[in-house]
Design a protein around this ligand. Structure first.
Ligand SMILES: [Zn+2]
Length: 394
């Protein structure tokens, strides 16, 4: 049994506890949460800093770890995608080593669960070791080519079928993004998920040309597809922002995780939340800065009571895989977002989005969330300042 105490315990599900104590059994399960005055100090592990639950990273591409520092920053999403396509090939050993190191980085940084995108089976061996809990989203896309939908569906369904699940992990078949999934492929994905309780993730409104494609049928994606010889002659814009096209073809019986949302407006958020009561919004601020040099307007999400979660995206589009760094980026550039709100985004909201909230996401008796210490915090006023560091205690 361990009795761990720090200056403040952020339980997330309740109010912060000054000089709180978390009592855990040898498996990391929380037995009780109390206050230091009720314990003999000799039985406590006492730390300077604050305790928070283990972090949930709701958006990652572990399989892209080997391209760290290879794709240029600040080019915009379309040139970024070209960079990924041209530099993705590598020796299998290098890919595996990068995946292993990236997972170790997440574990050391206090991450306990990951929503991870798979297009190929490269991560499956590492995931099967069960070091982290994964929700693997196997992504389907056909570049809006209805005529290829069945062939592409079968290709990615085979990837999905090949993924073995470690204990406590999940998987689902998901659409990649509004700009890359045809109506027919959306229908096939909807059909394969019909009747199950999967979370469905989709990249959303990450770059201005994505909205332009659906609003006007023009812009960077039309040029991009043209360069690859992809026929866009039958594509008809619906005159609405990109998220509308996705929602028209998705199933509101599924918990849905929209990812990036850099250009998502209050109207878009309200539209989605009226469509489905279980909508979550993953933000990956450092990746948005890396690719587009832009951030979502978090005020829009606060004003609509949106359930925001935090992701790291991949090492191709980020400098590290650290939820603390993502929280620090939010606190640095949009400091009006309350610290406790950011902590909730990084923990309980993420656990709910991935269906892990019975065990993870908050410091409560009966849960096994992992315990992180945030230290070097320069007092509680600057909890997510640039000097803050994290260490995983449990
Ligand atoms: Zn992504």
């Amino acid at each position: 049994m361990r009795k761990i105490s720090a200056d403040i315990v952020y339980t997330i599900s309740g109010s912060p506890i000054t000089e709180g104590v978390v009592v855990l059994d040898s498996n990391g399960k929380i037995l009780s949460v109390g206050n230091r005055r009720d314990f003999d100090s000799t039985e406590l592990e006492i730390y300077q800093g604050v305790l928070v639950p283990g972090f949930v990273n709701t958006h990652c591409h572990l399989e892209l770890s080997h391209m760290k520092s290879k794709v240029n920053t600040g080019t915009g999403l379309i040139d970024f995608i070209k960079g990924v396509v041209s530099q993705r090939a590598a020796e299998a050993e290098l890919i595996q080593e990068a995946i292993e190191n990236a997972e170790a980085e997440m574990l050391a940084g206090g991450i306990v669960a990951v929503g991870d995108i798979s297009n190929v089976p490269d991560t499956f061996v590492q995931k099967s070791k069960g070091n982290l809990r994964y929700y693997s989203f196997v992504e389907f896309f056909d570049f809006l080519q209805n005529k290829n939908a069945q062939v592409e569906f079968d290709k990615y369904k085979a990837v999905f079928d090949a993924l073995p699940l470690a204990k406590g992990s999940f998987k689902s078949c998901v659409p990649h993004a509004p700009y890359s999934v045809s109506e027919k492929l959306f229908a096939l994905i909807k059909e394969v998920n019909s009747g199950n309780t999967s979370t469905i993730s989709i990249h959303n409104q990450e770059t201005p040309p994505e909205n332009e494609l659906f609003l006007k049928g023009s812009g960077g994606f039309v040029d991009f597809y043209g360069q690859f010889g992809i026929d866009m002659s039958t594509f008809k814009p619906n005159g609405k922002s990109a998220i509308h096209y996705a929602i028209e073809h998705m199933d509101n019986n599924h918990r849905t995780l929209f990812v990036h949302n850099t250009l998502t407006t209050v109207d878009d958020i309200s539209f989605a939340q009226n469509w489905n009561s279980e909508v979550y919004w993953a933000t990956c601020p450092n990746a948005n800065l890396y690719i587009e040099n832009n951030l979502p307007n978090y005020k829009s999400f606060l004003d609509t009571n949106a359930k925001v979660t935090i992701g790291t995206d991949s090492l191709t589009s980020n400098w590290q895989l650290s939820i603390l760094s993502e929280m620090q980026a939010i606190a640095r550039f949009q400091s009006y977002v309350p610290t406790e709100t950011i902590l909730r985004w990084a923990t309980l909201n993420g656990a709910e989005a991935l269906g892990f909230d019975a065990e993870l996401g908050s410091i409560e008796a009966g849960k096994t969330p992992g315990i992180n210490l945030l230290y070097n915090t320069n007092g509680s006023n600057n909890l997510l300042g640039e000097d803050t560091r994290v260490i995983r205690l449990v």
